[in-house]
Design a protein around this ligand. Structure first.
Ligand code: ASP
Ligand code: MG
Length: 421
């Protein structure tokens, strides 16, 4: 039993869906669970729609229309018969959004977000499932919400592994013995059957959850890049493909911000010793990257860039030291404002952290911290993390940069820098 995950970019248009069909056909000899994200940039669009609705702006229905048009074009390109049931089913999915929009928003934003944004995955899988049937790849469409049980933390649902595993083994496993199964990434449901989502880009994590519960042989994530590269091509011109990566290295890379895989994906696979393949959906014969339990993988220096960082330095007002008491108070405030620390450094008299400059909530945090501490901040910084660094790689990234803060351990070097003109 294998799990294949297809992200938004892989199914952004009709050609993408056809290509997915080709990949599945090539692997049809295996038992296969196919996990699919929303098509293209649908999640962003539905996110906008939710906000628009929540703020009762006028363009809400235009945004819905855009989503319908976009998917309409894809299905018309895939199915010649305009009476094919897929047309009706997709339009019924959008009716679920219309029902919500008919009333003024009475529920919290995060809750509404999950009910609306999840439709992206329900629509994409409806299309993919019908298309596979259409090309003689019979399959069963299943609703991931019947399996992935979460708490009611909307937009960041925490998985209840016990319930999820029991349901998957009882009901999903037998289905897979007979047929291909198509399901959604990213979504789950609460014990009261409200839809939840697992956090942006969470479909990778869904694939890992299913794989772990099914004791799958492997997971393959099909991407628009050849595999895990040692840097994001957006920032680096000469990137290298990492053919083999240990679970630990993969966890570290995603922790420091490599966006190729969702950070929560690796751990459940590592626990069950299930290898993860990251492959190109364009060059499907290429081997891509293998992430597994290995000690032999060559340490290839990898670079992770985060721009738009703000350095916050916190000093006690009364010349005392930064001790445990202050630290726990400081962390509590970060947590309260939902701000994730990317790098931190503690000295006797100050505690410094770098965080993403997300605007409003950082300002609120600064304001809050100032009630108890002396606070300084600098923005417009870049954070560069090098895994398996050496002097040469450090020198390479420091061209025209001034170091503001630097942290090194045996494997990882973090440099917070300012660009020099
Ligand atoms: N569709 C969701 C998102 O764009 C989940 C995913 O793609 O993994 O965040
Ligand atoms: Mg995606």
């Amino acid at each position: 039993m294998q799990v294949f995950k297809f992200g938004g970019a892989s199914v952004k248009d009709a050609e993408g869906v056809i290509n997915l069909g080709h990949i599945v056909a090539t692997h049809r000899a295996n038992k296969l669970l196919i996990v699919v994200s929303a098509m293209g940039k649908t999640t962003n669009l539905l996110e906008q729609l939710t906000l628009s609705y929540f703020e009762q702006r006028e363009n809400t229905f235009d945004l819905l229309e855009q989503a319908k048009q976009y998917h309409g074009n894809i299905i018309r390109a895939l199915f010649d018969d305009i009476h094919h049931p897929v047309f009706n089913e997709v339009s019924n999915r959008f009716v679920e959004i219309e029902w919500i929009l008919e009333e003024a928003p009475a529920d919290p934003y995060d809750y509404l977000y999950d009910q609306i944004v999840s439709v992206g995955e329900l629509v994409s899988t409806t299309i993919v499932s019908h298309y596979l049937n259409h090309i003689s790849l019979p399959n069963t469409w299943v609703d991931a919400r019947d399996y992935i049980a979460t708490d009611n933390t909307h937009r960041e649902g925490k998985v209840d592994w016990q319930i999820t595993e029991a349901r998957v083994q009882r009901d999903l496993q037998p289905l897979l013995d007979n047929q291909l199964v198509v399901t959604q990434g990213f979504i789950g449901s609460t014990s009261e059957n409200f839809t939840t989502t697992l956090g942006r880009e969470g479909s990778d994590y869904s694939a890992a959850i299913f794989a772990a519960c099914l004791n799958a042989e492997s997971v393959t994530i099909w991407k628009d890049v050849p595999g895990v590269l040692n840097a994001d091509p957006k920032w680096f011109d000469k990137t290298e493909l990492i053919a083999e990566l240990s679970y630990l290295d993969a966890i570290e890379l995603t922790y420091y911000g490599a966006t190729v895989i969702h950070p929560k994906t690796i751990k459940p696979l590592q626990n069950k010793n299930i290898p993860l393949y990251v492959k190109s959906f364009v060059d499907i014969e290429d081997s891509g990257t293998q992430i597994r339990d290995t000690k032999g993988a060559l340490p290839i220096p990898s670079f992770i860039f985060k721009v738009n960082q703000v350095l916050i330095s916190i000093l006690p007002k009364d010349f005392s030291f930064i001790v445990e008491d202050n630290l726990s108070d400081i962390f509590r405030r970060f947590h309260q404002h939902k701000i994730k620390v990317n790098m931190m450094h503690n000295s006797a008299v100050s505690f410094s952290v770098s965080v993403d400059d997300t605007g409003d909530n950082v300002n609120m945090l600064l304001h809050d911290l100032k009630t108890r501490y002396e606070v300084q901040h600098q923005n417009g910084l870049e954070l560069i993390t090098i895994r398996h660094y050496n002097q040469q790689t450090v020198d390479r990234v420091l061209v025209d940069k001034a170091i503001i803060m630097e942290l090194k351990d045996s494997y990882t070097c973090q440099l917070l820098v300012r660009k020099l003109r």
